[in-house]
Design a binder for this molecule. Structure first.
Ligand code: SAM
Length: 215
């Protein structure tokens, strides 16, 4: 994602009630923040938030947390959410590397990864959000029966992600190499900003859904 240093973005974020500023304090207590016991879904690297807001609107009985590393990008999501407020959405600015500080075992029902940064150099493989290192982090807080959904138009990243599943406690429950042509997997699909852009250029979209392997 192209980053512009938007003046005042940190100040706007600091003042926003839609952003959780000390998410570690809610570890194990996210249901208190939302004021109800409901399924919890998170999107890691949510960008400007189109997918997150669309999912929150489509699924009012689920609570959603969008996680984004960069203030300048998060600002766009805040603006979107302020224009159309939703009780079932919160935003967090953080590097997902520290995500296990924020969610307790069994706390999250669904993890969405959309068009994650590819980190093309081999030595940066562990920074990729569907890497084995991240899958182990997700395992620590995903509910039994929970799932991970990943989509991208980057074939190399997708092939890598599929391989990494073998090094994890997860297995592939569903996979598509052309999501938009797959009537089952694309049902209810909400497009992300990147998905709209790259599918518009004619790129196929790849998607997998993971669950833990049955013992
Ligand atoms: N998901 C959006 C979409 O599909 O339109 C944005 C995709 S963009 C390529 C990847 C986003 O993930 C960027 O906004 C980036 O800042 C964020 N990101 C990358 N690594 C991250 C990390 N470790 N923690 C949190 N956010 C991250």
């Amino acid at each position: 994602m192209r980053l512009k240093n938007i003046p005042g973005s940190r100040e706007t974020i600091a003042a926003s009630e839609l952003v959780i500023h000390e998410p570690e304090k809610l570890k194990g207590k996210w249901s208190e923040e939302f004021g109800r016991k409901a399924p919890l879904a998170i999107e890691i690297g949510m960008g400007k938030g189109r997918f997150l807001m669309g999912m929150a609107e489509q699924n009012p009985d689920t609570d959603f947390i969008g996680i984004e590393k960069y203030s300048s990008v998060l600002l766009r999501a805040i603006q979107k959410l302020e224009a159309k407020p939703r009780d079932n959405v919160r935003l967090v600015r953080m590097d997902a590397e520290y995500i296990t500080d924020v969610f307790a075992p069994g706390e999250v029902d669904i993890i969405y990864l959309n068009f994650s940064d590819p980190w093309p150099k081999d030595r940066h493989a562990k920074r990729r959000l569907p890497s084995r290192q991240f899958l182990a982090r997700y395992d620590s807080f995903l509910k039994p029966g929970g799932r991970i959904e990943f989509k991208t138009d980057n074939r190399e990243l997708f092939d890598f992600a599929v391989e990494e599943v073998n090094e994890s406690v997860f297995e592939i429950k569903a996979i598509s190499y052309d999501l938009h042509a797959d009537s089952v997997m694309s049902e209810g699909n909400i497009m992300t900003e990147y998905e709209e852009k790259f599918s518009g250029l004619g790129n196929p979209i790849y998607k997998y859904i993971l669950e833990r392997k049955k013992a």
